[in-house]
Design a binder for this molecule. Structure first.
Ligand SMILES: [Zn+2]
Length: 330
């Protein structure tokens, strides 16, 4: 069908190229200025027709920026994603929202797309943790059950470079919206916090999700980087060789994949994919499928201001909920 259309436009072009100049020449004998009209026609309308013919032809590939191509490739989980993650590693300084001093473990992304997991009764419970809190807690806690590595209980998080809004406020704003969206879709929602002035460590937040028997634990954060141009959303999940919670690695990676894809599809944000890490206290203490969502960069002026827009926050919440739906196989 497309080939026939392309052929039709080719013939149409030929007719126009030959017939119109002849007609215009004849017209110019009768009407003054018809010759000039011919020139206008050939310069403007032929260009449009050529464009139209190009759009109809399947042989002409769509031009895309390297950035777009990288994102598309990342969706397939191939080699470009690995390269993309290397970039994340260089740019991201606040993805380590728990401010670990350790080098983050990053593994190659599984090549398969996330599949909905089979879940049983009570699984439609989602625990939401709005990352950080009004005051950081510099007390220490083990990085995982039985770990001798100690980390800060709650760090201060990042802050909007243009808005000046602290991360803990943004994460709460979006967490409350996500709560409403999920409840409207029939989920039972457990919130780690609904106000800023709390004191709940990362391990304690994971314990809340564990005790709730959550089918998914969504930890909401925002990113920061040295470069103001770093942009896009990513999610984090533990590896299959995590020493504390290897049993939830596969489901968590699936959840992470679904959520970042849902978020980016809804908001149009750049998809930075899933980062595998075993250094996050709030992941390591979790016994239920968990992901950290880095919604965007507060160090990017454009993304920072977008994330302060209530309608964009709503899209973030709906996109995450779409991902949660996909994870549960709805
Ligand atoms: Zn954070």
């Amino acid at each position: 069908m497309k080939k026939r259309k392309a052929a039709f436009f080719a013939v149409l072009l030929l007719v126009i190229l030959f017939a119109v100049p002849v007609m215009a020449d004849s017209m110019s004998d009768i009407l003054p200025g018809a010759g000039a009209a011919r020139n206008v026609f050939t310069e403007r309308d032929l260009t449009q027709l050529l464009e139209l013919a190009k759009q109809q032809s399947p042989e002409v590939p769509e031009a895309g920026s390297p950035e777009e191509q990288g994102t598309d490739a990342a969706e397939e989980g191939g080699q470009p994603e690995q390269e993309q993650q290397e970039t994340v590693k260089e740019e991201t300084v606040q993805a380590e929202e728990e401010n670990t001093q350790q080098e983050e473990t990053r593994e190659e992304e599984p090549v398969t797309q996330a599949q909905p997991v089979t879940v049983t009764g009570g699984s439609r419970i989602v625990c939401i943790d709005a990352g950080h809190q009004l005051h950081q807690n510099s007390g220490q806690e083990p990085n995982g059950p039985g770990s001798s590595v100690m980390k800060m209980k709650v760090t201060s998080g990042t802050r909007g470079v243009s808005s000046g809004v602290p991360e803990y406020q943004l994460t709460l704003d979006v967490a409350l919206k996500l709560q409403s969206v999920l409840q409207a879709r029939g989920y039972t929602v457990v919130m780690c916090r609904t106000t800023n002035d709390v004191n709940i460590s990362n391990a304690e937040r994971a314990t809340i999700a564990n005790n709730a028997g959550a089918g998914a634990f969504i930890r909401i954060h925002a990113d920061g980087a040295n470069s103001a141009s770093a942009a896009g959303a990513s999610t984090l999940a533990p590896s299959g060789t995590n020493p504390y919670c290897p049993q939830i690695a596969s489901a968590s990676q699936s959840l992470a994949r679904c959520v970042v894809n849902g978020l980016c599809a809804k908001t149009g944000a750049k998809n930075r994919g899933v980062t595998i890490t075993d250094t996050m206290t709030g992941l390591n203490w979790s016994q239920v499928p968990v992901t950290i969502v880095e919604m965007g960069f507060m160090t990017n002026p454009t993304e920072d201001m977008a994330m302060q827009d209530p309608s964009y926050q709503q899209k973030l919440a709906e996109g995450m909920a779409d991902g949660i739906d996909a994870y549960f196989g709805n």
